[in-house]
Design a protein around this ligand. Structure first.
Ligand SMILES: O=C(O)c1cccc(C(=O)CC[C@H]2O[C@@H](n3cnc4c(=O)[nH]cnc43)[C@H](O)[C@@H]2O)c1
Length: 255
């Protein structure tokens, strides 16, 4: 993580607190390693089953604490883990200022190892199959399928991380055919990636009134399944660097 010698004159000295939620421990460890000095700490209220890896940084805008949590695969595990961590931090009087859903992803037209920052975090398969095709719960009138992080923050995050900005779809089933990929991009022409947790993280963040971002690095193209070709090491290496580059942006956003 970049460590300028001292904060800008006049910058608030309160540490900004960021929660970074991954699915699996390999992603958490890649993020923690990118942040440099992350150490395991328990959740403030001691919830069994969850552990944080904490990194401290001093950015040009002031101090920052980043906690990394591997909450599990899929939107339900992501929402449960994120909500638990947000609630525990609030109860301990140390609420988070921002939450980031981070991990590897399938890309729509993005190269392996490339980075994507979400302009929108979309539950792409939350709805009903009808004779006329898929209808989202929003179209059916009983729910939400999209969270939109602040545009200015997304632009700054994309610039700092060298990312493409586009919709990141949350799915419960990994796309495994050209037909399914075409179906998703027809419904979401701005889709840059798909993963399995962002919408769950965003729902929990919204319930707590906390800013959310999603940062993904591409391990595979969305399309016909070829698991052996996934470039996981490349994506994990990019994930650590991407999260490190993102933190000063979040610190400046909250200054
Ligand atoms: O096998 C490994 O070494 C390994 C290391 C790190 C992560 C994994 C995963 O399988 C993570 C699952 C995670 O990845 C996201 N993901 C990646 N590609 C896609 C995709 O094409 N469609 C949907 N999700 C994708 C997803 O968020 C999963 O949670 C393995």
């Amino acid at each position: 993580m970049p460590q300028p010698p001292s904060p800008s004159p006049g910058a608030p000295s309160r540490a900004v607190r960021v929660l970074i939620v991954t699915a699996v421990p390999a992603e958490r460890d890649a993020v923690a390693s990118g942040l440099g000095d992350a150490e395991p700490v328990p959740l403030p209220c001691g919830q069994a089953g969850y552990a944080l890896h904490r990194a401290h940084a001093v950015t040009g805008e002031g101090p920052l604490v980043a906690d990394v949590l591997a909450a599990g695969v899929g939107p339900a595990a992501a929402a449960a883990g994120t909500a638990t961590a947000l609630t525990a931090a609030s109860a301990a009087g140390e609420p988070y200022d921002a939450v980031v859903s981070a991990g590897i992803a399938g890309g729509f037209g993005q190269p392996p190892g490339g980075t994507v920052v979400a302009t929108s975090i979309v539950a792409a398969d939350l709805g009903a199959a009808t004779p006329a095709g898929f209808s989202s719960v929003a179209e059916l009138g009983f729910g939400t399928v999209e969270h939109r992080p602040p545009g200015q923050l997304v632009r700054a995050a994309a610039e700092a991380t060298g990312a493409a900005a586009g919709a990141v779809l949350t799915v419960s089933t990994v796309t495994g055919s050209a037909g399914r990929a075409a179906e998703l991009t027809a419904r979401h022409p701005d889709a840059a990636a798909e993963a399995m947790e962002g919408f769950g993280v965003a729902e929990a963040a919204a319930a707590h009134g906390v800013t959310v971002l999603e940062l993904r690095t591409v391990s595979n193209p969305c399309g016909p399944r070829d698991r052996d070709s996934w470039r996981i090491d490349e994506a994990l290496a990019a994930l650590g660097g991407g999260c490190a580059a993102l933190l000063p942006v979040l610190r400046a956003w909250k200054a």
